[in-house]
Design a protein around this ligand. Structure first.
Ligand code: ADE
Length: 259
């Protein structure tokens, strides 16, 4: 898949292309990343990309024309390469993205991501040239670059072949609408803490069952909103009930011991 990013700070995207899972995916051609600087599309001698807001107030607003031309150039290059790209603008006013959105984004042939700076961009650019507006969370960053990189990282690691192990992405937190189970590695005992015995049992079915139960319990304890949103199948409900019964038993036992 193809990403074209419209940004005043193309160097920042080296974070993605220098090392790590995304860098490897880019090198192997699973995805491509091209940056487009609106300053290169400004027509005045100063290469102006922003101006004061109508109506007054602090900060500067990014002008329509340089952004419009940068987006057009990016879309054209994508089309020539056979990608019908949609345009997304990163901003705190956008729809908040979750894992399911990352899957949808990964299924598209390409995206032009517009990273805004200053106080924002002229609203008329969004109306006429942007298909979607995305937020990565309810907080304000000083620009859309980090948000664009967050989206690209979350999407590119989902592409087939991006991760070493074929199942890794499916097993992530949120992969199935659940948080991930806990993980352990050697040694078996450290600082008085041991590894749950089932993980040492070699019984693959028991291990899979324990992991599923842990994922369900964690989600129930930490993010009940996620459980409410996705609902529970019969098997999952039984696993969660089993944990609750165990807890109730432990609590009753504790009470008996205390009295
Ligand atoms: N730009 C600034 N803050 C942002 C956010 N929370 N999400 C996406 N883009 C942003």
């Amino acid at each position: 898949m193809r990403f074209d990013v419209v940004t005043l700070f193309p160097e920042q995207f080296r974070i993605l292309s220098d090392e790590g899972v995304v860098a490897r995916a880019l090198k192997r051609g699973l995805a491509s990343l091209t940056t487009w600087n609106p300053r290169d599309f400004a027509t005045d001698a100063q290469r102006t990309v922003d101006d004061r807001p109508y109506g007054g107030g602090p900060g500067m607003v990014m002008k329509v024309a340089p952004l419009r031309e940068a987006i057009a150039a990016a879309k054209h290059a994508a089309a020539v390469a056979g990608h019908d790209s949609r345009v997304a603008y990163l901003s705190p006013q956008g729809r908040r993205l979750a894992q399911a959105d990352m899957q949808r984004i990964a299924a598209a042939p390409g995206w032009v991501l517009v990273a805004g700076r200053y106080e924002g961009v002229d609203e008329r650019l969004l109306e006429a040239h942007v298909d979607e507006e995305w937020s990565i969370g309810d907080y304000v960053l000083s620009g859309g670059e980090l948000a664009a990189m967050v989206v690209m990282d979350a999407v590119i690691r989902l592409l087939p072949g991006a991760l070493g192990h074929a199942d890794s992405a499916a097993q992530d937190s949120h992969g199935d609408g659940l948080l991930d189970c806990p993980h352990y590695t050697r040694p078996e005992l450290i600082d008085g803490r041991s590894v749950p015995p089932v993980l040492l049992s070699g019984d693959h079915a028991a291990i899979a069952r324990w992991r599923r139960q842990q994922a369900l319990v964690r989600t129930w304890q930490r993010r009940p909103d996620l459980l409410r949103a996705r609902g529970l199948g019969e098997d999952d409900r039984a696993l969660l009930d089993e944990f609750m019964r165990g807890r109730a038993g432990t609590a009753a036992e504790q009470e008996r011991n205390e009295t």
